[in-house]
Design a protein around this ligand. Structure first.
Ligand SMILES: [Zn+2]
Length: 61
């Protein structure tokens, strides 16, 4: 069976895993209501996307 000739050192493993970190999703303010929202997503507060209402406001039940 194929087998590694040398064990990878702790340093080498750590260097490989430097790219494992996760970045928080970028959020910015809604252009309509100013609430924090994720970019390229419909605003959860007012339902606006790209300057127009995409989703009806669901404040009532
Ligand atoms: Zn909004």
């Amino acid at each position: 069976m194929a087998h590694p000739k040398r064990r990878s050192s702790n340093s080498r493993t750590g260097k490989r895993r430097t790219h494992w970190n996760l970045k928080p999703p970028t959020s910015n303010g809604c252009s309509n209501c100013g609430q924090q929202k994720l970019s390229h997503r419909v605003c959860g507060n007012c339902g606006y996307y790209n300057g127009r209402a995409v989703v009806e406001e669901t404040n009532e039940i």
